[in-house]
Ligand binder design. Sequence first.
Ligand SMILES: NC(=O)c1ccc[n+]([C@@H]2O[C@H](COP(=O)([O-])OP(=O)(O)OC[C@H]3O[C@@H](n4cnc5c(N)ncnc54)[C@H](OP(=O)(O)O)[C@@H]3O)[C@@H](O)[C@H]2O)c1
Length: 570
Amino acid sequence: MPGMMRAMASEKQVTPSDRSGGAWRKGEKEPPCDVCAAFRRPRSVSEVAEWDLNAKWFGVSPLVLMENAGAAVARAVRERRPEARRIAVFAGSGGNGGDGLVAARHLSAWAGVDVYLCAAPDRLRPEDARVNWELVRNSPFIRTRTCPRAEDVHELARLLDEREAYDVVIDALLGAGSRGVPREPIRSAIEVIRAQRRRGAFVVSVDLPSGHPETGRVEADLAVTFAWDKDEYQKEPFPRVVVPIGYPVDVAFRAGPADVQALVAHSWTRKGERGSVFVLGGSARYPGAPLLAARAAHLLTDLVTVSVFAEAPHSAVPHELIPLRLPGKMFTREHLPLLEEALRRAHAVVVGPGLGRHPETICALRRLWPLLAARGIPVVVDADALVAWSHPRLRREALPDAHLRPFPAVLTPHAGEFRRLAAFLGLVLPESKAEGEVGSTPDAPPLVAEACAVLELARKARAVVLRKGPVDVLASSDRWAYNTTGDPGLTTAGTGDVLAGLVGGFLARGAAQGLLPSGEGLAFRAAKAAAFVNGLAGEIAAGERGGPWYTAEDVLRSLPAALRRAAEFA
Ligand SMILES: NC(=O)c1ccc[n+]([C@@H]2O[C@H](COP(=O)([O-])OP(=O)(O)OC[C@H]3O[C@@H](n4cnc5c(N)ncnc54)[C@H](OP(=O)(O)O)[C@@H]3O)[C@@H](O)[C@H]2O)c1
């Protein structure tokens, strides 16, 4: 944890030969702990965009991040060229341009600054870039010129050719949002910057050289990139420094709307393309539980099949669900061949809600795991099915073999089930301090100590673990996260079934639409998205009922609003 804080706080120089970027290197003094290592690794550009969105949800204004980014660029220029008197900023229409405009504001207190906006001002996106353009345009200390067309840039080029070159040129034309070969007027503006460099200007790119990785890119003496070195920048390296811009550490670990958006990309699909879930649950004692899970899963997918036992009391199966009618009053070995059809069409299976713990059911479940593993169907293991994962008479070796992957499994224990699983897998937990808190160590905050325990359990179980509680903590073999949406009323019966259905729904949707490669990463993301949405639905239900006076049915009814809020957040 202390190492993590240091990584956030200081500028890090990365040279083209330093291909490890921000990752830990052998021989460095402090070994990464599992928790910190997750924070230090380089990130993809799309991952950073997700963190921007989540940071906004947590209350970190994008305007603040832009201010910090631009100020860091200005600092880097001042440190490297303290004698510079004439500085030009070439800004594009996106966030990268906005960072450049902030740098112009900071530098104008110290040198002569000319800003060339290579876009029509009304095309500036995001809003924060527009705010900064207005500030720059109205400053009596900065000269501005707009060049929305290629001809405008050509005219500028002729003008600049007749003058002495700038001491420093800041390239803020295109950043991480760049797509394909630069179009006009950016292409011509890149040429102007290249010409300035040939004539002696020191060129500093914001985030990355505009046009990267295309051939006609800006040649930068330095790029100032933000918060994390990106995977993409290491493939075609350029000289750069990585500077912090004020992301809270939480953003690397906390579930947010970006996790939902990664799995529910809006697009028209044909019937069935949003995936199919099979919910195996129910018994004479708990006939309603699988229906709660199935209805939650159906909000995300096109087809949901749910088991119904002929001799169990009947809850009416909603017409939109497909009942799989099974003889008897609980799940047994005899039913395994009857699951064939439902398994064949399922992109994910939810096992557990209301199944009961009859020894015959436990025995049948132990035979079900290898069947699912052999087919590579992602599975959510919930409630009573967790007993079959940690039953004292079950040999540990009988758990689905990691070599049979892809078999992403998500286990969804509450605190008590978590302790049972840990005991079964031989994991020693520190003394429990409070309900929902699996332990604490003297040198780590409670949440981090919990994360370590959940991470260890996930590795031992060879599954993603979502430990439900006042704060949900989840982990896969190489990462962990937590979720803070929720409400005290979510301890009411049935909300765990809704959560299990959501995990299944997200898993199936992600797998069917190929939004993420199938496997552990998809399972982790599905669990994170489900925890976030389930908690949000609890908050909405509590808001409508004026407190924790609601049932699982109310949470289910609040799910569309919660999903919409997460999916449409921008
Ligand atoms: N942690 C971080 O790293 C971090 C965090 C926050 C902000 N930032 C800053 O924000 C930047 C990303 O901002 P952004 O997403 O708005 O993207 P951007 O890199 O500023 O570019 C987006 C703009 O460029 C245009 N564009 C894209 N490809 C083009 C091409 N080939 N030719 C001409 N124009 C093109 C787009 O127009 P169309 O829409 O018309 O295509 C859009 O207006 C980063 O590079 C960084 O500077 C970084």
